[in-house]
Design a protein around this ligand. Structure first.
Ligand code: HEC
Length: 194
């Protein structure tokens, strides 16, 4: 896939140069004489058409640069993003950034616990993608990586356990959420390249 993208971008750059050169040459050729206005119109029209064709190529290139959502990288990235959203909501409710709603908190805690189990299966046993922001250590020190993944799952399970008997104690919840955030951070420090 990478090679295809590189090839298309090379081709695009090349076409740009050819078109620009030809346009300049024609402009010089017809730049004296009465017909210039007509030629100018036709050439410019053609140029605009070519350009829009190129635009399509460039836009598809932009798509090339993105991550395939169905690849392992795409899948784990989507889960991580969702984990971030949910954990930010939980923290936000306790810190007053968003309104605290006990029922919603309980729901989101369960959601986070479910999500926390999911990214790991989308790390193949061999490094799969150059666009990853995971360090090589993920693959070289898999045991340690898995250990930190289990640690996170432990913190989300404890968070859920603290939400089973309303009314909830907010200061306990704050400790639990902090533990989750610390678990995210300690793995990122070891295994994520920023
Ligand atoms: C066991 C290790 C580990 C834990 C625990 C962990 N992460 Fe990550 N996280 C990673 C790695 C590795 C990446 C880089 C993934 C990649 O690009 O292949 C990552 C990437 C991310 C990203 C970036 C996704 C993107 O857009 O590229 C977010 C956001 C994220 N993690 C959020 C979280 C949150 C929130 C938690 C805790 C609730 C968490 N992570 C816990 C290892 C971990």
């Amino acid at each position: 896939m990478r090679q295809v993208c590189d090839f298309v971008s090379g081709l695009t750059a090349y076409t740009w140069i050819v078109v620009a050169k030809r346009r300049y040459w024609r402009l010089c050729q017809y730049s004296d004489g009465d017909l210039i206005n007509y030629f100018w119109l036709i050439k410019t029209g053609g140029y605009v058409l070519k350009r829009s064709g190129l635009l399509v190529i460039i836009m598809s290139l932009a798509a090339c640069g993105g991550v395939d959502p169905n690849s392992p990288l795409g899948k784990r990235t989507a889960i991580f993003k969702e984990m971030l959203n949910v954990s930010e909501d939980l923290g936000g409710m306790l810190r007053g950034r968003i309104k605290y709603d006990e029922a919603l908190f309980i729901e989101k805690a369960v959601e986070l616990d479910t999500l926390a189990k999911q990214p790991w299966q989308h790390f193949p046993s061999v490094k799969d993608d150059d666009k990853t922001s995971a360090r090589d250590d993920v693959w070289q020190q898999q045991e340690r990586f898995q250990e930190l993944a289990r640690a996170l799952e432990g913190t989300t399970a404890r968070l859920v356990a603290s939400t089973t008997q309303p009314p909830l104690n907010e200061s306990v919840l704050a400790l639990r959420v902090q533990a989750v955030e610390d678990a995210c951070e300690s793995c990122h420090k070891e295994f994520r390249a920023y």
